[in-house]
Every structure is written in structure tokens, then in C-alpha cells.
Design a protein around this ligand. Structure first.
Ligand code: TYC
Length: 108
């Protein structure tokens, strides 16, 4: 098939335009990393992981314990906007409940 687009305009003129081939790039991905602290209760961390990262109780408990024991753990991998939104929700909910929990972003 032709790589040109025929575009008929006034007075029977024909304009030939070359098709601009737009290659769609895959979006970059980012890890949401949860950080340990000494004050946020374990059950509250499990609640956050279930609520904002759609984990079941077993998955959420496993990640929470990994963060607690190792200092940090991955909650999920997302595009930038989704990762930022999840971090904002986690941090806002934590602050509203009086806890200092932090999350960060890491490019894959
Ligand atoms: N270390 C916390 C405690 O002993 C639990 C905790 C886990 C806090 C994960 C933050 O991201 C976190 N209560």
C-alpha cells in the first residue's frame, strides 16, 4: 500500500502529504518502594498495602514483614503518574492517622 495520503483540496488540486510515522514508545516504569520506620503499626501497613496496592492479606503481610526486616520493600511497578498518585495516597493516609511512613520511587 502507498505510504502517501492523498488529500483533495479546492479547484481540483491534489496535495500529496508524506505520512508521518509516529512510533509509540513504551512508557518508563517505576518501582514504588516502601520504607521502614519504628512507629507505624504493622496492621496499618498491611491495611495500606491491601487498600492501595490491591494485595490480599497474605501478600500484604509478606511485603510488610520484608520492609520491617530489611528496611525497604517493593509494593509494585507502575507508570510514573500512577506510582506518584499511589505514593501521595499512602503518605496522606499515613499522616492523617499520625504515622511517619514513607514511600519512594525508583526507575526500573
Ligand atoms: N517497623 C514497624 C513496626 O515495628 C512496622 C513497619 C513496617 C513500619 C513497614 C513501616 O513501611 C513499614 N511497627
Amino acid at each position: 500500500m502507498s505510504e502517501f495520503i492523498k488529500n483533495t483540496v479546492n479547484k481540483n488540486e491534489v496535495v500529496i502529504e508524506k505520512r508521518t510515522k509516529k512510533k509509540l514508545k513504551k512508557p518508563s516504569l517505576y518501582k514504588v518502594v516502601m520504607l521502614n520506620d519504628d512507629y507505624t503499626p504493622m496492621d496499618f501497613v498491611v491495611y495500606l498495602l491491601k487498600t492501595f496496592f490491591h494485595m490480599n492479606t497474605d501478600q500484604a503481610s509478606k511485603i510488610m514483614l520484608e520492609v520491617h526486616n530489611k528496611g525497604a520493600g517493593i509494593c509494585g511497578v507502575f507508570t510514573l503518574e500512577i506510582a506518584e498518585t499511589k505514593i501521595l495516597k499512602v503518605i496522606n493516609t499515613s499522616r492523617k492517622n499520625g504515622f511517619p511512613l514513607l514511600c519512594t520511587l525508583e526507575k526500573l
